[in-house]
Design a protein around this ligand. Structure first.
Ligand code: PLP
Length: 281
């Protein structure tokens, strides 16, 4: 088992993979990405991830250098060669390498890279006890539905969470509207109703978020996709985060305030159990 990269059309050990210092991803964050997890060699929700990649690329007018079938073949081969039981697959496409100048370079091929590493597991203890989060002002741009590699506000907010001893920072507007975490979507449970912010341009349309809404409905809960306020977050019975690598993680504290009874709630547990069944299947 070894960390692997796919660069310039070849698989190489990750430590040997290189891109140009003139890559526009490096110079301008001019690119998009995806993170996919494969369980036992099988990528979870791959069509959904590839469709989002296509939407992100189209939104920044970046032609994908490979079609979905080609990307799928690279993913399968990377999983096979890296040999991990559960693999975290990172895809990044940038507008290629060219002398630094803002407009799109003419006749430059976009750069497709992929990496394959072991999927890190959330410690059982953390999953059982839940996590704390902080809130932070959403200072990001207006098109957060694009999975752009320009993640500086997310980096700064996530670091703020780490320094506060929290697992995640949740972006909230100056008017108190809750958007999402730096690497996750957020859900609130109140009176057995499951609520999450709507699919506007202000949040990433999480693949896990979508799967979770379905799991919640399958479990018999009513789901709502509408504005969540900071008050609703603080007064929730349960709060949880969703994301490709964390799956579903209960939140027990927001800005130091205990949520509900201070443990991972029964609705969160039930919906997560359904989600695990989906993964197993
Ligand atoms: N929101 C943001 C800002 C993210 O970066 C991510 C994942 O990286 C998510 C939400 C969750 O999306 P997904 O469930 O597709 O991993």
């Amino acid at each position: 088992m070894s960390d692997l990269a796919y660069v310039e059309g070849k698989f190489v050990p990750l430590a040997e993979a290189k891109v140009s210092v003139e890559d526009r991803g490096f110079l301008f964050a001019d690119g998009v990405y995806e993170v996919i997890v494969a369980y036992n060699g099988c990528p979870f929700k791959l069509p959904e991830h590839l469709a989002r990649l296509q939407r992100s690329a189209a939104a920044i007018r970046l032609p994908l250098p490979k079609d979905a079938n080609q990307i799928q073949r690279i993913i399968q081969e990377g999983i096979r060669q890296s040999g991990f039981q559960n693999t975290k697959i990172y895809l990044q496409i940038t507008r290629g390498a060219a002398p630094r100048s803002h407009p799109f370079p003419a006749d430059v091929k976009s750069n497709f890279i992929a990496t394959f590493r072991a999927k890190g597991e959330v410690p059982q203890e953390t999953r059982k006890e839940g996590v704390s989060v902080i809130t932070t002002e959403d200072i990001r741009w207006a098109k957060c539905y694009i999975k752009s590699v320009a993640l500086l506000p997310n980096v700064l907010a996530n670091q703020k969470a780490v320094e506060a001893g929290a697992f995640e920072a949740v972006f909230v507007t100056s008017k108190g509207v809750v958007h999402e975490g730096t690497t996750s979507n957020i859900f609130v449970v109140k009176n057995e109703k499951v609520l999450t912010p709507p699919r506007t341009e202000k949040i990433l349309h999480g693949v896990t978020r979508e799967a979770l809404l379905q799991c919640a409905r399958d479990a018999g809960y009513e789901t709502f996709e509408h504005t969540v306020t900071i008050e609703e977050l603080l007064q929730a019975d349960e709060v949880f985060l969703t994301g490709t690598t964390i799956e579903v993680l209960g939140v027990v504290k927001v800005d130091g305030k205990t949520i509900g009874v201070g443990g991972v709630g029964p609705v969160t547990k039930q919906i997560y159990a359904r989600f695990r069944q989906l993964i197993e299947s």
